[in-house]
Design a protein around this ligand. Structure first.
Ligand SMILES: Cc1ncc(COP(=O)(O)O)c(C=O)c1O
Length: 298
């Protein structure tokens, strides 16, 4: 996992102005603040190049459509706002970029969707890119709290409603683990609180199908890498016993990349030197990022 920088440098774009994040604010009537009525994207910028930005903007746009949230910014404008923010950061440091779009201010106390003016906020914050010295891998517990079912909230939308994830992670942390794996109401292994989950058992890579999870951009890249056929892979619905029989497992996310798991429910998975598939995919994902950066800088 990436360690947060001791003194993060953070800038915010709001209504055409860039300012230190500590000086940026929104009004108390904002529906993102009041109801979580918002969508967002979090992505990494390395050497001041936003990584897989097109994929993130596409997911943001699809999320806006699904929530009937007007989204009037062209991709080029968003790219410009991000580039402007990145000029405030030293090129040698990784930066986390967060794009948030809310439905704007509540009108007349109405909770239903009325025509409000959406609010865009873009934020950039440096992270310490040195990885954790701890090499054993993340410790995960399976949360008692279940994932919100798709019939209530579309898991494909990266909405501002993270309460179930927050409570599941805190459940894991209170029990001494770092993060939680969430099951669906009927016991299917879905994902971690803010990352997708892959595991390897008997020479096949498994992950939950995207009807129950956020279709992560990193997950998409890993599935693409797996298309080369070096190892079999499957997506689908798997019960907890299937995951608990895994040899290796890892989380994926735009900020953590491919992050190997050390234990699940205190059951140790393969030790770092024996995690051949996790390490290989971690390296190949890093290579994709390097290719993305060099393609852009050239
Ligand atoms: C619930 C959830 N799943 C998966 C992910 C990973 O998605 P991505 O690879 O696009 O960062 C995230 C990222 O924040 C998330 O919140």
């Amino acid at each position: 996992m990436k360690k947060p920088s001791a003194r993060p440098c953070s800038w915010t774009w709001i209504e055409g102005e860039v300012m230190p994040t500590t000086s940026a604010s929104i009004g108390v009537l904002d529906r993102g603040f009041l109801y979580g009525d918002s969508i967002f994207e979090t992505l990494l910028a390395r050497k001041l190049q936003p990584i897989f930005l097109d994929d993130h903007l596409q997911r943001l746009r699809e999320g806006a459509d699904r929530l009937r949230l007007p989204f009037e910014y062209a991709d080029d404008s968003l790219r410009e706002f991000i580039d402007e923010l990145l000029t405030h950061h030293p090129p040698e440091q990784d930066v986390v970029v967060r794009i948030t779009l809310t439905r704007g201010d509540r009108i007349d106390g109405e909770i239903g969707i009325v025509s409000s003016i959406p609010r865009l906020v873009v934020m950039s914050t440096t992270v310490d890119s040195s990885t954790d010295s701890r090499s054993t891998g993340i410790e995960l517990l399976v949360a008692k709290r279940r994932k919100i079912p798709p019939a209530c909230l579309d898991p494909n939308v990266k909405s501002g409603n993270y309460l179930a994830s927050i409570l599941a992670r805190s459940e894991a942390q209170l029990a001494g683990a770092e993060d939680a794996i969430m099951l669906s109401l009927d016991g299917i292994v879905t994902e971690a609180t803010s990352a997708n989950l892959f595991w390897i058992a008997d020479g096949t890579v498994y992950t939950c199908s995207d009807d129950l999870v956020l279709p992560g951009i990193t997950r998409k890249k890993i599935l693409w890498l797996l298309e080369d056929g070096e190892i079999d892979f499957e997506t689908g619905h798997y019960p907890l016993e299937h995951l608990l029989a895994a040899d290796e497992a890892f989380l994926t996310g735009s900020i953590c990349g491919v992050d190997p798991i050390g234990s699940i429910q205190q059951r140790l998975l393969r030790s770092p030197q024996d995690r051949s598939w996790s390490r290989r995919l971690q390296q190949r994902y890093e290579d994709l990022i390097v290719a993305e950066i060099s393609g852009r800088i050239r």
